[in-house]
Ligand binder design. Structure first.
Ligand SMILES: [Zn+2]
Length: 221
């Protein structure tokens, strides 16, 4: 879920670099955090908790495939949207993947959605959405263009994934299940790895160090 302010004032278009096939760093953004709970429903708990868990799992899986990852947060802290974008834009050769869960007043609404802004992000968005659709009983709400700040201000390909509706009893219940969150992370990570290395890329590992995780928070103070 994105708050009403997530779109923000209009700025001029940001020139994006198409690193969608060449990236070596993935900025993994766990939506919300700290004072910003995101969506909150009794079925799914706070969105900020589920997003951090899925994002951490995605990051771990990508590191296992020898991609460099940067988490915009790795604890329950509030990070302004502009800072999330700055973290991405400070990388040399990156893509940005933001993890969210959805919310609706209508409990029956469910399914996955993936958003992009720049044309260079469409391939990644389509791939993530298609991979999520391989989960059992998944519902497809489509890939959409959006003006969200974290996407619009990104210098690199950037997507935002809505991993199901916390307001839906079944998807909200699934979001509470760590095995299911691992399945979500698996699909998202697989899509990113395929985007970089082509299908079967997950097994085409090279001999880089696995100690290549960095966090902007660990590098401070
Ligand atoms: Zn959200």
């Amino acid at each position: 879920m994105l708050g009403a302010c997530a779109t923000g004032p209009r700025f001029e278009e940001v020139a994006t670099k198409d690193t969608s096939r060449t990236f070596d760093t993935v900025v993994v953004d766990a939506g919300h955090g700290g004072k910003d709970n995101g969506a909150y429903r009794k079925f799914g708990g706070a969105e900020k908790i589920a997003t951090l868990d899925v994002a951490s799992r995605v990051s771990r899986k990508l590191r296992g495939a020898h991609l460099h990852t940067v988490m915009t947060r790795n604890s329950d802290v509030f990070i302004p949207l502009e800072e999330r974008v700055s973290i991405e834009n400070a990388q040399k050769n990156a893509i940005f993947v933001s993890i969210h869960f959805n919310d609706s007043r209508r409990r029956g609404i469910r399914g996955f959605e993936t958003y992009y802004h720049s044309a260079s992000s469409i391939g990644l968005a389509n791939r993530i959405q298609a991979k999520l659709m391989t989960l059992p009983r998944s519902a497809n709400r489509g890939v959409h263009h959006a003006n969200f700040r974290v996407l619009r201000l990104a210098r690199y390909p950037a997507v935002l994934v809505e991993c199901g509706f916390l307001s839906n009893p079944r998807e909200g219940g699934e979001a509470r299940d760590s095995d299911y969150r691992d399945e979500l992370a698996d699909r998202i990570a697989d899509a990113i790895i395929e985007q970089r290395h082509g299908e079967g890329g997950r097994t085409a590992k090279n001999e880089q160090s696995s100690e290549n995780v960095t966090s902007p928070f660990l590098n401070r103070d």
